[in-house]
Design a protein around this ligand. Structure first.
Ligand code: ZN
Ligand code: ZN
Length: 174
């Protein structure tokens, strides 16, 4: 990569889609777009209010975007297939986790304590904001669709899947 005098990477002509492309129509994404994300977070119930939903404060540990969409139309069309591609029920697209602090795991139904860091699936509309050398995403809105217990943790599942793929390769005839 070539560097400009100020030490910043020179603009790449190929980088016509700095925020990636829409999962449905392939269009270059604008700064503000819709996303399906998988994250680790914990919820504390420290705000004033009568219901757990009003009291909830979300403390984000990490987030990984699984799919991005350019528009509301593409988001509605693409969310269900994107969920299924990650091994989740498509009906999650219309589901929203409210309340707490205990909620059943989306995969096995075991109770998940939302107050300790746990894997969760979220849908959101977000805006990318440049900050120093990196970009952070600020949610315009976001909904938690489902949570996972430690046994069903998506990162472990994909690790197992990768291991399976390697095993299969090893067994395949040469
Ligand atoms: Zn699109
Ligand atoms: Zn589970």
């Amino acid at each position: 990569m070539s560097l400009k005098a100020n030490g910043l990477p020179a603009p790449q002509p190929a980088n016509a889609a700095p925020y990636g492309c829409c999962k449905v129509c392939g269009a270059a994404l604008h700064k503000t777009h819709y996303a399906l994300a998988w994250q680790f977070h914990a919820i504390s119930y420290t705000r004033p209010g009568d219901t757990p939903e009003e009291q909830a404060v979300l403390n984000l540990d990490s987030t990984a975007v699984r799919a991005r969409f350019c528009s509301k139309a593409c988001f509605h069309q693409g969310l269900r297939p994107a969920l299924e591609a990650d091994g989740l029920p498509a009906g999650l697209a219309e589901h929203r986790v409210l309340g707490g602090p205990i909620h059943p795991c989306v995969k096995c139904g075991k109770p998940v304590n939302l107050m300790v860091s746990h894997p969760a699936w979220v849908r959101c509309k977000q805006t990318m904001i440049p900050q120093d050398d990196e970009e952070i995403s600020l949610p315009d809105w976001f909904d938690v669709m489902g949570v996972e217990c430690a046994d069903c943790d998506f990162s472990l599942a994909s690790e197992r899947q990768n291991r399976g793929a390697v095993d299969q390769k090893a067994r395949a005839p040469v």
